[in-house]
Write a protein that binds this ligand. Sequence first.
Ligand code: AMP
Length: 397
Amino acid sequence: MNSFSEYPFDERIRKAIEELGFTKPTPIQSQTIEPIAEGRDVIGIAQTGTGKTAAFVLPTLQRYLQRDPAEEYKGPRVLILSPTRELAAQVDDSIKQLAKHADFRVALLLGGVPYGKQLQALGNDPEVIVATPGRLIDHVQQKNTHLRAVDVFILDEADRMLDMGFMPAIHQLIGFLGKGERQTLMFSATFPDPIARLASRLLKDPVRVDVSPPVRTPEKIKQGAFYIEKVRKPRLLRELLALPNMTSVMVFCGMKVEADFIHEVISGDGFEVGVLHSDRGQKERTRALDEFRNGSCAVLIATDIAARGLDIKDVSHVINYDLPNNFEDYVHRVGRTARAEAEGEALSFVTPGDLLTFNKIEADLGRPIERYDFEGVTMPWEAGIPSAAGAGRRGRR
Ligand code: AMP
């Protein structure tokens, strides 16, 4: 489907699309709207910003509007789970916009806010529930609603659900669904093993659509690592950033406070440096990103959440100041460099406490990561062997 007019949308939907000024479907929309409207299960590998919300809302709304309006209300029929309040609120907004000419009642159920309005929304016989997992479990357990009539189940940002520890909650919610026929849609920016397993359990003969940006395979990116005491990391970072080939460097930290700390340290050295994490205001984040993109800032310090999905050209180096916890995040970070045909290198700081994770990442990568030393700053890799006991491999240099 290359244009919205190619598809026989209900007039009420067509009007909303027009009013929103959507001229043509985004890639994820052009590949998923038809199968979803036909009732197929779909796996969509897509990030926020690709138009994925409309990709599942439009055909779901279309199917709903084709139902017999005289059908008796048995409970909410569409369940959309989102990992965070912000994302759930965005989905709710999208539905309100796309369904503004139709009667498609939504209950938005978020944690951390009072129950009053949510109870009111549930009392209004909603067709759709958009929820974060914990609060929805509360409502079901308190019998404020039930999920037995759900025949469209949508898991949004499944990989973030996993990151945030929601898998047990999702399994619990699946147990609340009815036993009848159901359509299941799963959207995720990445597709790690636990998500793949959940998908194979939950989805029947799914159509798989992948619109993830072309990340260069890690095989083509030079990758190295330093073995270092935690306290010496700032020193190593300074030494590396002073090298002439470090023209455009993304530095990844595990925590926001750490990102702020390094930002302060490195700025004090006279480097032009920006910082990107979720506690910084939107304006500040946009400015940091713009300055890094246009080259006025050579260094950008970021956390994973803030950096997900960014497409920045010409990143010469990625530095894992803190090693990511898993292979998915490693690949994602490393893929920020050497985009298109550019050269790039990824360097990881590995502390004694990181050795097991590092070995696991290297095993998943399926080839060795170069062991580097920085004289006077790093430790010899051999020093790590005793604490890596059980990992069953030898350090190389
Ligand atoms: P999402 O990836 O769902 O978070 O959507 C990102 C943004 O793209 C939202 O602000 C949507 O309103 C917008 N959007 C979705 N589909 C289209 C489209 N076909 N044309 C233009 N904008 C769109």
